[in-house]
Design a binder for this molecule. Structure first.
Ligand code: ZN
Ligand code: ZN
Ligand code: ZN
Length: 548
């Protein structure tokens, strides 16, 4: 009898302790400053994916972020060249490309007469694998400071700053100059690597993670739809003529072991499991680096790249895209519950956004009688060169053409005693005649004029005197350079500039903000939360609806 009584008392007291603990959780008060800030950037996520897939989302993923957070419904990038490097640099610095200097993924250096990759650095070496090129990277081309840099300065280095992505440029430009590390995926070895710019050897936990060879496990899987395929009513048929697919395959199921090239890992970037691997690595980083543990606010930025590769190959209306976002929703649900248990929602400020959107596939739009098309840039540049030779005599008048920017041979123009202004104008006037070209704007014009709104202001925001071309090309809506993909992004139109922006956790209350928010407002918003200086190229205001 006594024994039963003791057991009963014991169980009852355990029950009491538990319910007390639960009450404590419910009452948890957020600290003065968040212990950890987590930025989640979904590469190529259009704003409308939230509503397109809403009915299929779980209650614990995107729906939880929006249901418990502040949702900016009209957040946009305010420049023309909506690419990955430009987007990530703009989010981290709160500056426009004209100021932070990342005007495109790749640009041309007139002095060195060579192409410059945004995060290329020949002096840096790979840390974490034998691949020579994977780690020749650093943030040296980023002109201004990031939120992470300011956090380092404000805390005398005590805050930890880490960024993670499959793409080098997404990780490096999110982290910045003074970060502890940026990690990205080496597709030759399947390792997460960094460069000697950040670290000379990988931390023990990263070496352990790489040794587990998780990419091999993921690449032995079959990518089938998460739900029965007939439930994908938000998309058009799986088999349709608008997709370019993975190695030509455009229908489920995708047997990755069969598609994969032996001993290569690039395939992982083009399937949803690429996001799963990134999430696994991120969770390892939080635990092993003890992020969000001490009183110095840490910053972790994770950029999910698989969405971008999948979007390019299949387009927004595809079953593949829908399945990718349903799987992402599950990953987010899992990640949010991990935060609950590991750090506590009240200690952690989360923002989720994207680096740009994407257009519908031009071929799909044409099938719906909506104007769209592929612009053949190679053909246009060949004709331009012939034209310039006819007018000015034979010469290499065009130095480079990169992603809608024409770089003229300024030395030759000067040596020939021609006016650069005139030369640019003639080139622009010739280029504007091609079908699909909406604007061809000269650098001289951009330097001498101020535009408060419209397309030209978005060109000016993107224009950096040292790095931009002599002529900036804007294509008509839904027109894009022919890149052998189903679709692309690189325009100032809403489908490329309008992205989701959700704030969640710490002191953030449920709210909807419908005014137009610029993506340069993210960095000053974080700085205001932390009472620290804005990044040095930031000219924007914080989102006062959230900071007040
Ligand atoms: Zn991107
Ligand atoms: Zn398909
Ligand atoms: Zn892309």
């Amino acid at each position: 009898m006594l024994r039963i009584l003791i057991i009963f008392t014991l169980i009852f007291s355990i029950y009491l302790t538990q319910s007390f603990a639960q009450q404590q959780t419910r009452k948890k008060i957020p600290p003065e400053k968040p212990k950890l800030i987590i930025g989640i950037i979904v590469d190529q996520m259009r704003y409308d994916y939230i509503s397109r897939y809403w009915d299929k989302f779980d209650t614990k993923g995107f729906k939880r972020l929006i249901g418990e957070g502040a949702f900016c419904k009209n957040a946009n990038f305010d420049y023309i060249f909506t690419q990955t490097a430009v987007g990530h640099a703009t989010i981290s610095t709160g500056a426009l490309p004209a100021v932070h200097g990342i005007v495109s993924n790749t640009w041309y250096n007139r002095l060195k007469e060579q192409r410059i990759y945004c995060v290329g650095d020949d002096k840096a070496k790979t840390t974490g694998s034998e691949s020579e090129d994977a780690g020749k990277k650093s943030p040296k081309n980023l002109i201004t400071t990031t939120t992470g840099d300011e956090l380092k300065l404000a805390s005398n280095g005590k805050s930890k700053v880490i960024a993670i992505s499959l793409k080098d440029r997404a990780a490096i430009l999110s982290a910045g100059h003074a970060a502890d590390a940026a990690y990205w995926f080496d597709e030759q070895t399947g390792n997460f690597v960094t460069s000697s710019y950040y670290l000379d050897s990988l931390p023990k936990w990263v070496r352990k993670f790489n040794k587990e060879k998780n990419p091999d496990l993921y690449l032995n899987r079959v990518w089938s739809t998460l739900r029965p395929i007939e439930e994908y009513t938000e998309s058009i048929a799986d088999n349709n003529p608008f997709e370019t697919g993975i190695k030509g395959q455009i229908t489920f199921p995708y047997n990755l072991a069969e598609i994969r090239e032996e001993k290569k890992y690039d395939l992982l970037k083009t399937v949803p499991f690429g996001n799963s691997l990134t999430k696994d690595f991120t969770i390892n980083a939080i635990v092993n680096e003890e992020l969000g543990v001490d009183d110095f606010t840490d910053l972790l930025i994770v950029s999910l790249s698989a969405t971008d590769y999948i979007g390019h190959s299949y387009g927004p209306t595809s079953v593949e895209n829908e399945d990718t976002y349903l799987r992402l929703d599950e990953e987010i649900a899992h990640f949010l519950s991990f935060i609950d248990n590991q750090i506590g929602k009240e200690n952690c400020l989360v923002y989720l956004t994207a680096d740009h959107g994407v257009a519908h596939s031009p071929k799909y739009l044409e099938s719906q009688h909506i104007p769209a098309g592929f612009f053949n840039d190679n053909y246009a540049i060949t004709l331009l060169k012939t034209y310039l030779n006819a007018i000015y005599g034979y010469g290499e008048w065009v130095s480079e053409y990169i992603d809608q920017q024409i770089y003229l041979n300024r030395n030759l123009i000067e040596d020939s005693k021609l006016s650069l202004d005139e030369f640019q104008k003639r080139t622009a006037q010739f280029f504007i005649q091609f079908t699909g070209v909406a604007n061809a704007m000269t650098a001289t014009n951009l330097e001498n004029s101020d535009y408060s709104n419209g397309i030209f202001s978005k060109m000016k925001n993107n224009y950096n005197q040292n790095r931009s071309g002599d002529i900036l090309i804007n294509l008509e809506p839904n027109w894009m350079e022919d890149s052998f993909s189903a679709t692309n992004h690189n325009s100032p139109y809403a489908y490329d500039t309008h992205v989701p922006l959700i704030w969640y956790g710490w002191k953030v209350n449920r709210k909807t903000i419908t005014r137009r928010v610029s993506m340069t407002e993210i960095a000053p918003t974080i700085a205001t939360f932390l009472n620290m200086p804005f990044p040095n190229g930031c000219l924007s205001e914080p989102i006062i609806e959230i900071t007040e």
